[in-house]
Unconditional design. Structure first.
Length: 203
């Protein structure tokens, strides 16, 4: 066990695996935030849930499952949407952006305090991306993705979810060592072609 704190925004495919991995690693305080309920299409990629959980709140099921994995971790559930009224009052924390829409991502990044690391990831079909940002040092999410609109029913396969979420967790441990590998640098993974590319932010 170690005393670090993390905030996992979104408990879909990425968030489930990120939260589980951090729990197994023994992170002391894990805040999990989502307002959704479990639906049948979620089960192909959201690994903390099964058919018996349909219709239940994601944070309730996730907390219960995570507590059975490592009871020494402090799992704090936040059952709400990240909107303009959301209050982020956490310090000394790393944020995992596992959200599925840019509206909430933009709000979350704007609300976190200066000096907080923000690990963003996204998936669209067979392409995934991961980047690390530092509040007040890096461009904002809204500036990086200016003009992009949210999509509905994005196709995602479970293999891609596991790989991208694993990269997010590995980057977290790099941050703890003071050596983030994806700081202001997109890692782009194409699962169809088995290719990797990097895209660097420019000022």
């Amino acid at each position: 066990m170690f005393k670090q704190s993390v905030f996992v925004a979104g408990l879909g495919g990425l968030g489930c695996i990120v939260a589980e991995s951090l729990t197994r690693a023994g992170v002391g305080n894990i805040f999990i935030c989502d307002s959704g309920v479990i639906d049948e299409p979620d089960l192909n990629r959201q690994s903390l849930y099964n058919e018996n959980d349909l219709g239940k709140y994601k944070v309730d099921v996730a907390k219960s499952k995570l507590n059975t994995i490592n009871s020494k971790c402090n799992i704090i559930k936040i059952n709400r949407t990240i909107d303009k009224d959301f209050v982020f009052n956490f310090d000394n924390i790393v944020v995992f952006d596992c959200l599925d829409n840019y509206t909430s991502r933009n709000i979350l990044f704007d609300k976190i305090p200066a000096g907080v690391y923000f690990i963003h990831a996204g998936l669209d079909a067979y392409v995934g991306q991961v980047i690390t940002l530092l509040k007040e040092k890096s461009k904002s999410i809204s500036a990086i993705f200016a003009g992009l609109k949210d999509k509905k029913n994005i196709p995602v396969t479970p293999d891609a979810v596991h790989i991208i979420s694993g990269i997010m967790v590995r980057e977290y441990f790099n941050i703890l060592k003071g050596e983030p590998r994806l700081y202001e640098k997109f890692l782009i993974v194409n699962f169809e072609e088995f290719s990797l590319d990097y895209l660097y932010l420019t000022n």
